[in-house]
Every structure is written in C-alpha cells, then in structure tokens.
Design a protein around this ligand. Structure first.
Ligand code: PMP
Length: 425
C-alpha cells in the first residue's frame, strides 16, 4: 500500500496543529509510522487520501454502530441543517431525544445534553458532589473518563498510551480529591471507603472498560460496588460513553443487571456528531441549574444537527434491538477466528470480549485490570497492527483500546480479517 498523500498531509498538519492531530491517539505514536488521512467512509469501509480501502474496526471510536454515512442519520442531519444550525434556544427535538433515551435506559428520569463524553463525566461528578455535599471521588486505574482535570489520574486510553496517565497541568489540589482503586478489586475500593468515611461523593467506573483494552467486571466486583455505594451513601456513576446504546438498549446497566445512580453517555447517542449526556433519577437531576444550585451550561448543547443525528440513530436501535445480538454474534465469530489462528501459530495472547467490544492482548494470563493489560507485548502488538493495516484492516493504533464492531461489517469482512491475522503471523 502507498501512503504518500497521507504522509504529506501529516507533515503539513504538524506545522499548524500540535502533533498534527486534534486528539493524541490518532498520531500513531504508540505503533510508529504516519497516520492515514481519511477521505471518506461508507458502511464498514474507510477510504484514505491515497485511495486505499480498509475494513474499519473503530467506527470513530464507537459512535458509528450502524456503519459510516448511515443514510437515515445523514438525511436527518441534512434536513435539519437547511433550517439553521444553532439557535441557543429550546427546540422540540431535544425533548424527543431525551424522551427516547429515558425510555431505553433503566434508572434515569431526566437527561442533560452536552457536547462530549468529557463534559458528561465532568458534569456528572460536579452533580454528585453538589448532591452529596462531599468532595472526593474514587476512580479506577486504567479507566478513562475524558480529559477533565479530576480524571487525569492514572487514566487509560491516550493518556497511558503516551505515558502521561497523570498529566502535568493538573494541580495537586485537584489530584488529592481523586482516589485510585484497582479494577476488579473490591478490597482496594473498601480500603479507600474505610479510610475516607463520609468524604466520598461518587465512585465512577467504566462498567465494561474499553480504555485499557476491553476488560470485563466480575459479577462479585460490580455487585459489590453497587452494595458498597448503597450502604455508604456514595453515588455510583456508570461512565457509559462507550457502552451506552452499544451493549444493548439499556447499555451496561441492562447487560450486567446492575443499576447506577448517574449515567454518562457519549459516542452512539450523538450518531457521529458531538454529543454527550448525563442522566439520573429526577431527585438527583433536579439539583442542576436552572432548577437547582449545581451549575452546568453550554452554548451548543442540544445542537439541532447533533440531536437529529442522535435521534435517527437511537430510533433505529430502539426499533431493531436485534442489531445488538447480531453484533455480538459477529464479534464472537471474530473472536473464535482470531483465537484459532493465534493458537495454531503459538502466539501468546488473551482475547477479551463483551457484546460488540473486543480486544486482543499479547499477554500471558488473564487481562482483568490495568496492570495485567500493561503486561502485553508491545512489539507483537505493533507487528500485528501494521500487518493488518497493510492488508486493509484498520484496528485501534494502541493496545489500550477496544475495537468497536459496526452493523455494516459482513461475515465476508470478518473472514477477510481472520485471513489477514493468519498472514501476519
Ligand atoms: N468516557 C469514556 C469511557 C470514553 O471512552 C471517552 C472517550 N473515549 C470519554 C469518556 C471522553 O469522551 P470524549 O472523547 O467525547 O470527550
């Protein structure tokens, strides 16, 4: 494959944009080489500026669960755009999307729209602090909740990929209110709650993690967290930015059978446009301005184009819940196919999968938390990533990310992908 034009565009971008990208993982730093520049995408496929075609296993990091340029979504956006792009005033479509989201997801009565997953998590924590009157939060090593200050403490995703899980620029004052526990380790959480009695507002977690690869909570761990939060008067925040409207209509709450107190959304809820949201029972949400004292706002929040994309997307998922099952079956097929090849070639590996999220770790032993995820062999990962890319398969360019399958991927695409794995090893 020839990547000449992508490389030239990257050189130019680096002169004007830090690192040539507007979000770090895009730069391919963890795997080496220049990133590919996308020209367009349709269904399961990406087309780059050099005319190469790729089966896409990222789907814009999750939002495009129905594939790229999905017609009902695109048409909804075009029709809306003709009527104006932003008003900073209430519109009916905000209520339509809110009503639909509340009907699909358990344990939420009201939802507030923002512009990104970062904003959703940041605002959810402020609301939890305002509601409980307590300052501290617990997060888990390797979980990523966006780039707001309180979360850049042992964060996953790009933060750890680039070796700055604790970013310079976050003050000591902020950092001291974020306590750190280990995923799938209830004891580490109990030590913190015991040592900080009546000081913890919330525990925030990716209920199925996707930012240290895909990591699945054990039943005892997630149920234990729920029980602990209830008994200690701590709010349990599920960051469902990745899992919401992906693991099922009701996201991870439904898939795991565990209720959260506040739920954060992003990605799928915006249909590929910039949307985030946070939601809870009425009693909690009523603490938000203008009804309550906890302030939160946004010039472009509830933007009509973004709402129209989200509404088209959620409407289709709500009407065809079989999509979630079909995606999970495809993901299982991919898992088995890759696994067979790697076993046959004696490549040390672990594959984690939940619904349409999956990750391949070149690690010895189960991958259940950040430490075990970080043990993966990065040289093998790089070889795998570039080997797949050169055969037209686009995988996340870091071992600390999950793949996201989309509904446009066919079994023929999956077979081609498995064949490509065979060729790499
Ligand atoms: N939470 C989770 C679980 C995420 O995966 C992400 C982004 N990948 C975020 C929050 C932040 O979302 P955004 O990038 O839209 O700010």
């Amino acid at each position: 494959m020839n990547y000449k034009r992508s490389s030239a565009l990257f050189s130019e971008a680096k002169q004007y944009i830090p690192g040539g990208v507007n979000s770090p993982v895009r730069a391919f730093k963890a795997v080496g080489g220049d990133p590919i520049f996308v020209k367009e995408a349709r269904g399961a496929y990406l087309y780059d500026e050099d005319g190469n075609e790729y089966i896409d296993y990222i789907a814009s990091w999750g939002p495009l669960i129905l594939g790229h340029a999905h017609e009902p979504v695109i048409n909804a956006v075009i029709e809306k755009a003709k009527k104006g792009t932003s008003f900073g005033m209430p519109t009916e479509i905000e209520t339509q999307l809110a009503k639909l989201a509340v009907s699909m997801v358990p344990n939420i009565d009201k939802i507030r729209f923002v512009n990104s997953g970062t904003e959703a998590c940041m605002s959810a924590v402020r609301l939890a602090r305002g509601y409980t009157g307590k300052d501290k939060i617990i997060k888990f090593a390797g979980c990523y909740h966006g780039h707001s200050d309180s979360f850049l403490i042992q964060a996953g995703s790009g933060a750890v990929t680039f070796g700055s899980p604790n970013s310079p620029g976050v003050t000591q004052g902020t950092a001291k209110d974020t306590l750190l526990a280990n995923y799938n380790d209830l004891k580490s959480v109990k030590e913190l709650t015991n040592g900080n009695k009546n000081e913890i507002a919330a525990i925030i977690i990716e209920p199925v993690a996707g930012n240290m690869g895909c990591i699945i909570p054990t039943d005892e761990f997630i149920q234990g967290l729920r029980d602990l939060c209830t008994s200690e008067g701590i709010l349990l925040i599920f960051d469902e930015v990745m899992t919401g409207f992906r693991l099922g209509k009701g996201g991870a709450q439904e898939a795991l059978g565990i209720g959260a107190d506040i739920v954060c959304f992003g990605k799928v809820i915006g249909g590929g446009l910039p949307v985030g949201a946070f939601a809870a029972r009425e009693e909690i949400m009523n603490h938000l301005a203008p009804d309550g004292p906890v302030y939160q706002a946004g010039t472009l929040s509830g933007n009509p184009l973004a709402m129209s994309a989200g509404l088209a997307m959620l409407t289709e998922l709500n009407n065809n819940p079989g999509i979630f099952e079909s995606l999970a079956k495809k993901t299982e097929y991919l898992h088995q196919g890759i696994s067979e090849v790697l076993v046959r070639k004696s490549v040390v590996h672990q594959i984690n999968r939940f619904g349409s999220m999956i990750s391949v770790h070149f690690a010895d032993g189960p991958v259940i938390d950040f430490t075990s995820s970080a043990r993966g062999n990065n040289d093998t990962f790089k070889k795998y990533f570039h080997g797949m890319l050169s055969q037209g398969v686009y995988l996340p360019p870091s071992a600390f990310e999950s793949y996201f399958l989309n509904d446009a991927i066919s079994y023929a695409d999956l077979d081609k992908t498995i064949e490509a794995v065979k060729n790499v090893f």
